[in-house]
Design a protein around this ligand. Structure first.
Ligand code: SF4
Length: 101
């Protein structure tokens, strides 16, 4: 096999995902009390709130921080990242939940 053919073969395998298969996305659930970018108001990643108590997001999702006061403003941050300018997402309940006994 010539070098050109070998490189074409490798390129074809890579584009087909044979050499570096894509990892399946893993969703993770975060409690509203958990301080991380996934529960922060300024995180722009894809996520969903449930009952104003929990958030689900992809574990490895990276999204832009839009907090003008944060050192990470306009940078892409991970779901598990956090900074001292954290502000809870307004889709989550801001006050403690009343649970009758
Ligand atoms: S870096 Fe800080 S301000 Fe930005 S999304 Fe994460 S916790 Fe929120």
């Amino acid at each position: 096999m010539k070098r050109r053919d070998f490189l074409a073969f490798c390129l074809a395998c890579a584009s087909a995902g044979a050499l570096f298969p894509a990892r399946p996305a893993q969703a993770m659930s975060f409690d509203k009390e958990q301080r991380c970018c996934a529960t922060c108001h300024y995180w722009t990643g894809t996520r969903k709130a449930f009952s104003q108590e929990r958030v689900t997001a992809e574990v490895n999702e990276r999204a832009r921080c839009t907090n003008p006061d944060s050192n990470y403003r306009n940078l892409f941050v991970n779901t598990l990242h956090v900074c001292d300018k954290y502000w809870r997402w307004d889709q989550l309940n801001q006050s403690p939940v009343f649970r009758p006994s």
